[in-house]
Structure formats: structure tokens, C-alpha cells
Design a protein. Sequence first.
Length: 135
Amino acid sequence: MFGDMAVGEFYLMQSHLETMRKVLSQEGSFDIINNKYLQLSPKPVQTPQVVILEYRAVDSNTIHPAYRNWIQQYATAVSKGILGEIRSKYTMLPSPGGGAQLNGQALKQESVQEMEKLSQQLLQEIEEPPAFTMF
């Protein structure tokens, strides 16, 4: 069936079919407008009111450097966990020199410990906003 079809043509056909499914069916999608609002399509049918969603992306220019550093450290810890999952699938890689031992379990444990430590650090450093009361 696809004997003389190139990989690029197959990819274009798949993306065209996906676009057609979105247009002809109720599969939802969204667009970001002016870096501020989400436009949902198709229009939600569950509510009669107009739905406006405000989208606020994280702006790295306005984040305090300490929090930016915390986000980078947390992302590194999560990445360690993902790498640990990958490396734990194979405990040893064979090679002519005797093979290489992979440290997947150790990376996963380090990841969990670092994420817990960073979560505790964040909870201790961030102060809750004052509670407003009505008189």
C-alpha cells in the first residue's frame, strides 16, 4: 500500500489527516492570542456563557533570580528521574572492554531526594500572603 511513498510524504499525509479530524469532529484545540488569552475551538457547549481564559506565561525576566535558580534546580532533579527511568531499563551494556554498569536506580533515588529537599526549601522560604478579613 505505501511501497513507493517517501517518509516526508507519509508525514504530510498524517498531519493532513490530523487537521481534517480536528476540523470535522469535536476534537478540541486552542490558540494563544496576544500572549494573553486562550481561544478554544470548538466553542464549549456545556455552558451558555462566553468563556474567556486568561493565559499568563511565566516570564523569566520578572522572576526573582533566587526563584529562577530554584526552578532550574527542580527541573534538573526531574530530569535526573527521567534519565534514571531510562537507565534502569538496562542494568549493563555489553562492550568489548567488559561492559558498562548503568546507575538508573541511584539516579531515581537522587531525583526523589532532591525534589523533596527543594519542595521543603520552597515551603520554608515562601511566605503566605496575609489573609484579608471582611468587617
